[in-house]
Design a binder for this molecule. Sequence first.
Ligand SMILES: [Zn+2]
Length: 203
Amino acid sequence: MAEAQISCSKCGKRFPVETVASVNTARDPEGKERILNGALFVHECPHCGQKNLASWPLLYHDPAVRLMVWLSDGNEGTEARMREALSAEGPEEYTLRIVDTPGQLIEKIKIFDAGLDDVVLEMCKFVTRQELGKDVDLLFFGIEGADHEITLTYPEKGEMQLVRIGFNVYEDCAGIVSRNPDIKKAATGLCRVNRGFVEHWLR
Ligand SMILES: [Zn+2]
């Protein structure tokens, strides 16, 4: 556990915050909770009470679902070192991902906790974007009910909008992925599976 100083976005005063470099959910289930509820990234200013959003590079490791997600700060050198470390360590049958924001990290956790495949889900988002006819960034919100209906969200006019899609859409997309082994192959190793990833294949 380390500390960093941040400047409050409201009053400008500096204050120390705790930075966490890694969370292993087997050893630290509370750490996972603090990621999911945002507590790890929201820092209340002791001077004025303003809630400041700030994050640092973080390795999330959930052995239960064989998932490692690297929350990157965009530093290519650090990313290369992380890629090297993980390929040398060779965690077999692991899903290894890079994300760029805490929101994306939370989404990955929810997707894998739900037992879903993020490549397939990105494809569902692609299809849904086309059906909506809107250029929006969709996020996985949850899956529920006996029908396994999937809920996606996107921001519009300052509010979160919900889109529900049937599980048949997910199954259709899973079919596309399984018929195109190159897509799956491109998603092995430490990589970003996001909108850009899937648009590369469907363009
Ligand atoms: Zn403040």
